[in-house]
Design a protein around this ligand. Structure first.
Ligand code: RIB
Length: 321
């Protein structure tokens, strides 16, 4: 069966400690430990599937219990895996979550760093048959570039979640994205690296719409930029010549009112749901996909964990609410 959403990216076994506050340098504190599936790619694939889109996840896994966990959970959630076998251990994430649901994350890329251009190119038919191809930057940048280039050649909508902020990227890579979805930290990092604009991540949300739109345009020219702003919501910026069915070239969508328990994977929830919505109704105005993704991401923060916190919630459910 062909998949309407193909996600190319990382799987991690997450090790999570929930603490009152995030540990300061030099401090030892106690936290409640748990472990579970994560990795931005895997979280996004779970989100896309639970938002109703037939999904395939392209990744690299070690020959170890983490790899087996990914295979088992994908089967359980009903999406396909195209996994490159790696001699490296499956990726890992170490996560601290504080009492306000905020987190800090360190990843051990392991097998994710071995996802090869050759393997992705062997998935040419899968990528070309999708409606949307979604990628992040926890995998080698040249592999992500190859995946987006193949999708672009086939006329498939490409979405790049430029996360994490310190990952290598290039302006060429950004230009392969029809839709670019950084959070405010990633947005500031991309502007500094590729446009020479120094913007403090903490100031991004407070910028007026016209200024934020102008910065987005410097970054991608033709594509759409969706800057996710956490508790403040989302900012959308389109090229004048491609408003994707919207009435305005830029606008904000406010955050959902939710009881936040854990924001780990909230950006992944947004990305997976956005792509699932686009794949299921490519004719709808872009703002509808953004609103749905916003609702989906809000719900994901009401549960602990990353992949396991993704709600079962589709665009149809949102319509009938
Ligand atoms: O976005 C959250 C994810 O980032 C975690 O699941 C962790 O594994 C890292 O990839």
């Amino acid at each position: 069966m062909s998949s309407s959403v193909v996600v190319v990216g990382s799987f991690n076994v997450d090790h999570v400690w929930r603490c009152e506050s995030l540990p300061a340098p030099g401090a030892t504190i106690a936290g409640r430990y748990s472990t579970g599936p994560g990795g931005k790619g895997f979280n996004q694939a779970v989100a896309a599937r639970r938002a109703g889109a037939p999904t395939t996840f392209v990744c690299a896994l070690g020959d170890d219990p983490g790899g087996a966990m990914a295979r088992g959970l994908a089967a359980q959630d009903g999406f396909a895996l195209a996994a490159e076998a790696s001699t490296e251990p499956t990726g890992t994430g170490g996560i601290y979550v504080d009492s306000r649901g905020r987190n800090t994350i360190v990843i051990g890329p392991g097998a994710n760093a071995a996802l090869s251009v050759d393997f992705v190119q062997a998935q040419r038919a899968l990528l070309a048959g999708a409606k949307v191809v979604l990628a992040q930057l926890e995998s080698p940048v040249e592999t992500i570039e190859a995946a987006l280039a193949l999708a672009r050649q086939a006329g498939v909508t490409t979405v790049l979640n430029a996360a994490p902020a310190d990952a290598p990227s290039s302006i060429g890579l950004l230009k392969l994205a029809d839709v670019l979805t950084p959070n405010e930290t990633e947005f500031a990092a991309l502007l500094g690296r590729h446009v020479g604009e120094r913007v403090d991540a903490d100031d991004v949300a407070a910028l007026d719409g016209a200024s934020l739109h102008a910065l987005c345009r410097k970054l991608v020219g033709n594509g759409t930029v969706v800057v996710t702003l956490g508790s403040v919501g989302v900012f959308v910026s389109h090229a004048e010549e491609n408003l994707r069915g919207d009435a305005q070239p830029y606008y904000r969508v406010g955050a959902e009112q939710v009881q936040v328990l854990d924001t780990t994977g909230a950006g992944d929830a947004f990305n997976g749901a956005l792509c699932a919505s686009i794949a299921q109704d490519g004719e709808a105005a872009f703002i509808r996909h953004v609103r749905f993704a916003n609702q989906f991401a809000g719900r994901s923060t009401e549960k602990e964990g990353a992949a396991v916190a993704m709600p079962h919630f589709t665009p149809d459910d949102a319509e009938n609410k």
